[in-house]
Structures are given as structure tokens and as C-alpha cells.
Design a protein around this ligand. Sequence first.
Ligand code: GUN
Ligand code: ZN
Length: 415
Amino acid sequence: MTLVRGTFLDTPVAGELRTLDGVVQVEDGVVTARGPASDFPAPDVDLRGGVVLPGLVDTHVHYPQVRAIGGLGMPLLDWLDRCALPEECELAAPDYAAAVASEFVDGLVRAGTTTALVFGSHFATAVDALFTEAARVGLRVTSGLVVSDLLLPADLHTSPARSFEEGLALAGRWHGVGRSRYAVTPRFSLSCSPALLEASADLLGSLDDALFTSHVNENPAEVAAVADLHGGYVDSYDRYGLLGPASVLAHDVHPTDAELAVLAARGTAVAHCPTSNAALGSGLFPLRRHADAGVRVALGSDVGAGTGFSLLKEGLQAYFAQQLLGPEGVPLTPADLLHLATVAGADALGLADQVGHLSVGMRFDAVWLRPPSGSTLDVVLRSAAGPDDALAKVFALGGPADVAGVWVDGTRIRS
Ligand code: GUN
Ligand code: ZN
């Protein structure tokens, strides 16, 4: 049993910030009690100074794109051609893939991310390298082989039969093993033939509790190209039975109302990736339309189109995007941003009963933000008017440099 002293902020109820300046008791990785310090003996771990948040949940991030971060000035399809895809070809080399896997997992942990739905690589050996590194470090990862058979460099193409066989073998090695799970991952319907999407559906159908993930409605030129190839974008997945409550589609910046109704009916979640949407000029995310339609939304960093691993930055950019939408935007509060970065992500990934907040019965996945002494965040936190104000300052100024500790299942995976 471990007693952890600190200022804990979380959002078990959407829109409501909960604060505990006290102690959380952790047994076998699970929170078993919480309350004022006076209710407990002397703590084992003292995290006073700064705040403790639930571990952050990234619902869309590309492992092979760490070294592609920062390719600014291009819309999606040009950026893929010039920045992302050449780098992704490099992961054919196992040593290169192992090095990138290490950089990637380290990048997530340094940012305070404890759970992630990760777009893998087109190469099965590279996907193995990711799962191996995530398991070594202790990260809670869902990932899979990315598959395509159109449009991309030929090195990144597969066939329907091979995609099924390699996916099944990877899932056999990693799905449900420790904290790892498998996600069936066609890259986007623009790079997939009907036969490949059908093979993806076959694979999904042959795995218990696997996730499905892909991209949707990110950029107007991409949406038009998908319409030529497949008809509707959401329908290009839905017609193969790929959309359900365990499906997560990234972006959805340009949905039709009919598509939102389909996503809501299927229970499919959307990964909102605000820095990527801004960097690629994809557009301002219509959060209100998603909320009104009843579509679940969480946050994704979308590295490497996104500009870093920190979900604090994604939260801030999500806030900016809604502000820029004026009356059509949702005025997000600090509690909303934390909820998007934690509970909503856990819910999107089917982990809402395990992680996302620090209530009794939940796993102790947590990040301790303690800004360096004298840093601007340190200075402004001292003058915070209360917990909501402190959280706003954390989203405005916080980042990986402020992460002083990260825990998964009660084990500290970073000091
Ligand atoms: N659509 C297909 N592939 C990608 C990718 O790697 N990044 C983004 N942002 N969109 C995509
Ligand atoms: Zn993406």
C-alpha cells in the first residue's frame, strides 16, 4: 500500500473540476481510499508543490512520425508526400524502427501521457518494436499494423491477404497482453481498396475486443478524393461494419450532418487533433455539431502533423479553435479541457472504468506537474485564484518540462 500526498485535480463528472488537497491511497495499482491528510498516517510519497492530474490519454498519435514533427506550411496531402511518408518508409529497417519506438514512447511519457491509441507502422517488425518498447516502459498502448494498398509509396503497400495474416499474428502476440491491445488500422479510405477494407473488417471480426481506428473528413481536397473513390467518407468504413463503440476516427473537421448521425448511432468516437488541424490548415473543428449530434469526442496529438506530444498544448489549441469559431464555438472551461484530455479519452478507448480520473476503484495512472522553480508557470501558479484558475494556467503554460513524475498502475515510470 502507498499513500500519496498532493493536490489532485480531476473531472469524474464532465464540466466539474474536483480538487483534493490530501491523500490518495494506492494498493496493487488501484486507488482504494482518498481524503484529507488528517485521515491518513504519514504519506509515503509527497507530491506537494504543483498539481497531480490523471494520466493523460492521447487518442490519436503516429509512432513513425516523431522525426517528422515540425513540417509546417503544407496542406494534408502535400505534407504526407513530402514529410510523413518518406519518414515512414525508413521504418522498414528494424534498427531504425527500434530507435524511433524508443524516442516515441519516451516522448509520450515525458508529456505525461499514460494511455495512447497509436497509429502503428506499415511494417510488422516496426509494430512489434513499438509494442515491445511500450511494454518495457509500462505505457498503456493500443496499436496495430497500418495498412494501405493505394496512393502511397509502393514500399508502404500490402495486399488484403497479407494485411489479414500480419495483423492476426501481431494481435496474437500483443492483444490483451499486459497493458497492450490491438487496433485494426487502415490508414484512410483514400489509400485503401474495397478489398483491403473488407480484409480489415474480417480481421476486426476475428479478434475479441479489438479497436478500429482510421482518419476521416480531415481536409477538403482529401474529402473530395475519397468521394470520387468510395462515395461518402464515413460510409466508406460503415459499409464494411468497421464503425462501432470501439472505433475511433481522427479529425472529422468537415462532416455532413448525416455522417454525424451515423457516428452517433454507431457509438464511434472522434479524436480531435487541434494542433494538427491548425498546422495543416485543415480547419476549425465543429465541436458543437458533434456534441449536438451526440458524438463522443476526445483529444489526439496527431504527432507528427501535430506539433508535439503534450495534451496540455492540444487542450489549449482546442480552446483556441472554439474561440475562433465565435458564436458557433463551444466556450471550453479548464475543467472541459482536462475532461477531454483524460476521461473523454479513456471513454473513447473503452477504458472509462479503469483510467481517466482518480476515484476509488480506478487505476492510479497519474502525472505530477511541478514547474521548475522560477519558471513562468511556477510564478503564475502561486497567484492562482483557485483550482479552476490554476488549471487554466497549467493548460496555458504547461508542457513536458513541467512533468516531474508519471505513474501507471501505481508504478512510477518516470521521475
Ligand atoms: N491521413 C492519412 N494519413 C495521415 C497522417 O499520417 N496524418 C494525418 N494528419 N492525416 C492522415
Ligand atoms: Zn493522424
